[in-house]
Design a protein around this ligand. Sequence first.
Ligand code: MG
Length: 314
Amino acid sequence: MVRGLPQPVGMPELPDRVTIHEVGPRDGLQNEPVAVPTDVKAELIGRLVAAGLTSVEVASFVHPAWVPQLADAEQLMGLLPASVVEQATVLVPNRRGLERALACGVRHVAVFASATESFAARNLNRSIDQSLAMFTPVVEEARAAGATVRGYLSMCFGDPWEGPVEPSAVVAVGRRLVDMGCGQLSLGDTIGVATPGQVVELLDAFAAAGVGVEHLAVHFHDTYGQALANTFAALQHGVTTVDASAGGLGGCPYAQSATGNLATEDLLWQLHGLGIATGVDLDALVATSCWLADHLGRSSPSRVVAAWRPAPVL
Ligand code: MG
């Protein structure tokens, strides 16, 4: 039997190359119920880098009590080769987290903001203004130390407490993160409710506010099966950085669904099918997700992994 591969056929007005920001080891494992041993995380990251992923978010320097799944950030960084640490991204919630990350040799950090007051209150225990005030010195100090800063903006399309979110509200917070010094803004559909028209509307609103697509990444969740349609809309509008999680790691914390983050394998299928270069080896990635699924004790929600995974021997 011939294993399926996407047949590359390009389309006009799409980027030649897309950077995948791989969030599996951080965003994915943070939302998995099972804590993964540190040495398994280190092997996962090594495999992802070996598969060709150049932008991998590997850890979070939050207080260990907040996210027990990621409490081993320092130990994990100590297991990674210096070259991997230097190209990796880590989440830092505050100045203490930044100090810990920089002490490990990290060169790329991310902060996590909310477009809605409800999620800021629940996730950050602060108002939007208070959270931005907390991030300002973090971003300044990171940049002073020579690190790049990515700003996550969550609930960009819908919020489980507030319902639909106005693009103007998202742009207002996003603009402040860019002005603060975030070189890249990752627009998150945290509950996976967006559809392509909303994506285009939001990208247009950012452009009108002077934030071009070169500053924007997209972070879609596949809760309602829309992540790839939304990605395609973003690509047509010039976005060239797309967040994804190997094997679709990380369920959706706000819905009874095993499907949260867009699976990197499913994204690769579309990108490679469109003739868009990624530098990532799909075979190696599927093998990695199958290997990790055994550690997690559950199968991957990725459609590509499911299609390629050998059938169990009955
Ligand atoms: Mg996510």
